[in-house]
Design a protein. Structure first.
Length: 147
C-alpha cells in the first residue's frame, strides 16, 4: 500500500515555522493534513498529548470524519512541511486507499489507548473515583456515539 505522503503528492504543501499553529482546538475543521517532514506537537486543553514526527502522520482526521470542531491544537515544534487536503471528505470519498489509511491509523490509536486503559484498570490501588472515570472512558471508547 502506498504511503499517505505518496497518495497526497498532488495536494499543495504548507511550510510551518517553529511554533506556528496548524490547527486551533475548537475551530471548524474539514481539512486533512499529512506530515511530510518536521515535528508537530498536539495539545488538548493545554496538555501535550502527542508528538508527531513520522512522515505520513495525520492531523485533522477526527474533525473531518465527525464534522465536529478540531479537538486539539497542533503546532510545529520546529520547521515542518504538511500536505493540505482541502475539503478532505470529498477527497477521501474519491480516494478509497486514503480512507483505508485513515481507518488503519484510527484502529491503531484505539488499540494503543485500550491497552493503556486495561493496564491502568488492572493496577491495584485505584480509588473508586479513578475506577469510575476509567469505566466511563472505556464505555465511551467501545460503545461509540450514535446519532
Amino acid at each position: 500500500m502506498a504511503s499517505l505522503v505518496t497518495l497526497t503528492y498532488s495536494q499543495p504543501t504548507r511550510n510551518l515555522a517553529a511554533g506556528e499553529v496548524l490547527v486551533h482546538e475548537g475551530d471548524r475543521g474539514g481539512d486533512l493534513y499529512v506530515l511530510e517532514s518536521g515535528r508537530l506537537v498536539v495539545e488538548r486543553s493545554g496538555t501535550v498529548i502527542a508528538r508527531l514526527s513520522e512522515p505520513g502522520a495525520l492531523v485533522g482526521e477526527m474533525s473531518v470524519l465527525t464534522g465536529a470542531p478540531n479537538s486539539a491544537t497542533v503546532r510545529a515544534e520546529g520547521p515542518a512541511i504538511v500536505r493540505v487536503v482541502a475539503d478532505a471528505m470529498r477527497y477521501i470519498n474519491r480516494q478509497p486507499e486514503v480512507a483505508v489509511h485513515i481507518a488503519t491509523v484510527l484502529a491503531q490509536r484505539l488499540d494503543a489507548t485500550s491497552a493503556v486503559l486495561a493496564e491502568v484498570r488492572g493496577e491495584a490501588g485505584a480509588s473508586p473515583a479513578e475506577q469510575s472515570r476509567l469505566s466511563r472512558l472505556v464505555t465511551a471508547l467501545f460503545a461509540g456515539k450514535s446519532g
